[in-house]
Design a protein around this ligand. Sequence first.
Ligand code: ACO
Length: 432
Amino acid sequence: MADELKSQVAELRVDGQVVALPVLEDTAGFRAVDIRGLWKDARVYTYDPGFGCTVSCQSAISHVDGEKGQLLYRGYPVEVLTEHCTFVEVAYLLIHGTLPTHAQSEKFSALFNRHSMIHEDMRTFFRRYPERAHPMAVLSAMVVSLSSFYPEVEQTDEDIDIAATRLLSKLRTIAAFSYKKSIGEPVSQPSYKLSYCANFLNMMFSSPVTDYQIDPVLVRAMNQLLILHADHGQNCSTSTVRLVGSSGANLYASVCAGICALWGPLHGGANQEVIEMLKTIQREGGHVDKAIAQAKDKTNPRRLMGFGHRIYKTFDPRAGIVKKICTEVLARTGTRDPLLDIAMELEGKALADPYFIERKLYPNVDFYTGIAYRAMGFPSDMFTVLFALGRLPGWIAQWQELRRDPHQRIGRPMQLYTGPMNPAFVPIEKRP
Ligand code: ACO
């Protein structure tokens, strides 16, 4: 729990009355004024659209320092985990709080295998979606449908472990199946002989008529990319998972809501938007200046996709790692992607532009991921699905933490009402 700083009290003067508010400090040294008693003591609320200054919970899962450009999972720098761990180990770390021992890792992986198939009846759902259905629409609907196939209420740690591994394992299968459906190919089943990421690549790209060789370099890249997305504090989709979960909704329903929140172009959907933006630049002759000018023009809604972040006011630590993965994947696949050249030119020019410098806008995790995914063979509408796959352990861990948090109440922000007060009521027969 965050410590109450006995030496510090914030004072707020309202209507001549001074209200003393406790100051809390977290383990990283960030402070927050505890306003829980404010309405009761001073009859005022706080106003913070976008929650940029609002702490909604205490959490021991991940820590983001936007000034230092630091991201920690359970205290470990993301750089260390990306270098030395598999995605499944990191999922265990986020969900259980510690890195797994060999025995724990084996048990966890065995649960992944056991739950990797999806119910035969659910497979028929895929046939009913239109051919051009966005895979995020399919993914979210399939995840909430899991609650009808597995309606048990998660109570004990063992139940939660099963629900968590079931969801992690099946999401991968659902993601690959929805891709196969979109290209009209038969699905490839998961195999108990393959690791999590090798299995996923195999389900995505093997077919009865191709001899798909699982490349260990791409498996490592996939592990690293998923790890980089695994958790990130109280971002939009995670807060959505928590808000939905705070009403007592089950894990599948809460995660489904998180997937929908992630889909938006200002959040996880940005990785697809970056590629669309780079393709537009390429189509229009490769001139990055126009895209930069449009992003700076306040009358134009276009932004520089993959740039800027609510928290990071310096380089997003994930972006640098993704850039490195990207060059490794391109080298391995022998791909020469002109979009990478455009992205690098765009990055260089934006970083030197006073508009971006003044606002501290740097490339975020989404800026280079699409180029790596393209080289691996993923179509652009699967990019946000890959983000969801990576973010899932974080959502599960956050949902679980919420369930165990004694301070947690149903999420219910207040508002400042700006509508009319008691307008004269006119019966329908007298209205024009
Ligand atoms: N291009 C151009 N201008 C930008 C950009 C951008 N990408 N991002 C922020 N700005 C400008 C804003 O217009 C604003 O300018 P102003 O002060 O003159 O009004 C200023 O920078 C501050 O931006 P806000 O919108 O207040 O920042 P906020 O924290 O609310 O938004 C966000 C963060 C949504 C990520 C924003 O930077 C953005 O839209 N980026 C592009 C989309 C994107 O890449 N999203 C992925 C984020 S990472 C993730 O979710 C995994």
